[in-house]
Ligand binder design. Structure first.
Ligand code: NAP
Ligand code: ZN
Ligand code: ZN
Length: 347
């Protein structure tokens, strides 16, 4: 076991603070990574504060991890010491069910193991995430990354990137499609960049007037302020596809009514409170309301390679780990441009 420095929440109501725990030594197929940067996802905050229920404490969040390999087990083929490597939202799954065999490990029928707050398959306890100095995982769940792009900008691709890439690809969004992205935060800004790169016409649907200029800079073709009735009216029955990334309670019907006939709205944002959707908002225009969870390992690698080829990274504000609690408060206020990333050298 290796003593590992981290930041953890000790309960749902306490701030994150410094904590030390033991990581396992690499098993034959394991890779050990010194974490250099870790992105801050709104899911970290939902989990730390037990907003979805089921959080185990102490909780070490963080699932947008990039770093350098510091050790490998005897049977590891994909990595050697000194390589760059990354870990996203999953560190294990059963590998035997139909979903795992298809590379959809996030939908593992026997339960995927999340990078934090996940139950280890060997019964050794629950997992601790990337707000820590090092991590050990099976090589099948470790991704390769480019050495040409800034590492801090790559980190958020591991969750915000894949969570928006996967539904855009699954629903074949591309040239000729009118796409709306709801919420300009970590996921939303990646959704805009990726949908634009796939050739779609992209509209930012935001409740923050101050974000209009940034939306344009990120590549959005239009901006709709969702608190302005006239602007909302101008996009009634307009979109082929809407990606909803909002983290807090909101009215889904406002956006469903922006879908054209056969339009699809995909929820990736996961507010803790349930939404109310009258069936008629779907029936009358044969609209689809769907959801999507992160992405599987093969698709995550595909997304990382795609972003490397197209020079796509996240817009980040690098923070010192001691400022993590303040970063959470700013994230809650929508004041993040557009992903906080922790410089792990500050731990
Ligand atoms: P984030 O950076 O905090 O962004 C959320 C954005 O939602 C905000 O920037 C804001 O954008 C908008 N928003 C916030 N409160 C709102 C309100 N009351 N009404 C309307 N819009 C509001 O969060 P994130 O890291 O992108 O995560 C977003 C959500 O996705 C979280 O719930 C997270 O848990 C979830 N998530 C899901 C998956 C998955 O696999 N499905 C993966 C990762 C994260 P504007 O200011 O532009 O309106
Ligand atoms: Zn996440
Ligand atoms: Zn499985």
């Amino acid at each position: 076991m290796t003593s590992t420095k981290a930041y953890a929440a000790q309960s749902a109501t306490e701030k994150l603070s410094s904590w030390t725990f033991e990581r396992r030594e690499p098993k034959p197929h394991d890779v050990e990574i010194e974490i250099l940067f870790c992105g801050v996802c709104h899911s970290d905050l939902h989990t730390v504060r037990n907003e979805w229920g089921g959080t185990q404490y102490p909780c070490v969040p963080g699932h947008e991890i990039v770093g350098r390999v510091t050790g490998v087990g005897d049977h590891v083929k994909k990595f050697k010491t000194g390589d760059l490597a990354a870990i996203g939202c999953l560190v294990d799954s059963c590998r035997e069910c139909d979903n795992c065999k298809e590379g959809l490990e996030q939908y593992c029928e026997n339960g995927m193991v999340g990078t934090y707050n996940g139950q280890e398959k060997d019964g050794s306890g629950y997992t601790f995430g990337g707000y820590s100095k090092r991590i050990v995982a099976h090589e099948d769940f470790v991704l390769t990354i480019s050495d040409k792009l800034p590492l801090e900008g790559i980190a958020p691709l591991l969750c915000a990137g894949i969570t928006t890439y996967s539904p855009l690809r699954h629903w074949k969004v591309g040239k000729g499609d009118k796409v709306g992205v709801v919420g300009l935060g970590g996921l939303g800004h990646m959704g805009v960049k990726l949908a634009v790169s796939f050739g779609a016409e992209v509209t930012m649907l935001s409740h923050s007037p101050s974000k209009e200029k940034d939306a344009q800079r990120l590549g959005a073709h239009k901006f709709v302020l969702t608190s302005d009735k006239e602007q909302v009216k101008s996009v009634a029955n307009y979109f082929d596809f809407i990606l909803d990334t909002v983290s807090a309670e909101h009215d889904y019907n406002l956006y469903l009514n922006m879908l054209s006939t056969n339009g699809k709205m995909v929820c990736v944002g996961a507010p803790p409170t349930p939404a109310q959707v009258p069936a008629f908002n779907l029936i009358m225009k044969r609209r689809t309301l769907a959801g999507s969870l992160i992405g599987g390992i093969p698709e995550t690698q595909e997304m990382l390679d795609y972003c490397a080829e197209h020079n796509i990274v996240s817009d980040v504000e690098v923070i010192n780990i001691k400022d993590i609690n303040e970063a959470y408060e700013r994230m809650l206020k929508g004041d993040v441009r557009y992903r906080f990333v922790i410089d792990m050298a500050t731990l």
